[in-house]
Design a protein around this ligand. Structure first.
Ligand SMILES: [Zn+2]
Length: 121
């Protein structure tokens, strides 16, 4: 085996192990924060990991999403009414923050359903 082959195998192994842990963790993480724009999936984040990110709306708008201590909140937005900013932070499955002008929906979804499906199948 050439040295390059060994490096390549090493890289593949790291990716495989990383993917394994990633998906394994993802399954156990449970609740997710799912962001949709105009009804289309945009991004999802684990609820139990603190992040701060901007949701970029096609056409120029944005909503600032903060996930902290298991709560998701929109803390700033480009929309004129800022109703989404004034909505309470969410942390339970099926709770959502909606920004009508930007057509952004931030919703909490649980993993319980998909896990049950997996068992049933
Ligand atoms: Zn808004």
């Amino acid at each position: 085996m050439k040295r390059n082959d060994i490096i390549l195998i090493g890289i593949l192994l790291v990716i495989a192990v990383g993917a394994f842990f990633y998906f394994n963790n993802n399954r156990k993480e449970g609740d997710k924060v799912v962001v949709t724009i105009d009804g289309k999936f945009y991004k999802e984040f684990p609820l139990n990991k603190d992040i701060e990110t901007d949701i970029e709306v096609p056409g120029g708008g944005s909503n600032h999403l903060v996930i902290k201590d298991g709560y998701a909140d929109v803390t700033a937005a480009s929309c004129p009414d800022e109703l989404c900013v004034h909505q309470k932070s969410i942390h339970s499955v099926k709770e959502s923050i909606i920004c009508l002008p930007n057509k952004v929906v931030v919703e909490i979804k649980g993993d319980a359903e998909s896990e049950l499906d997996g068992v049933a199948n």
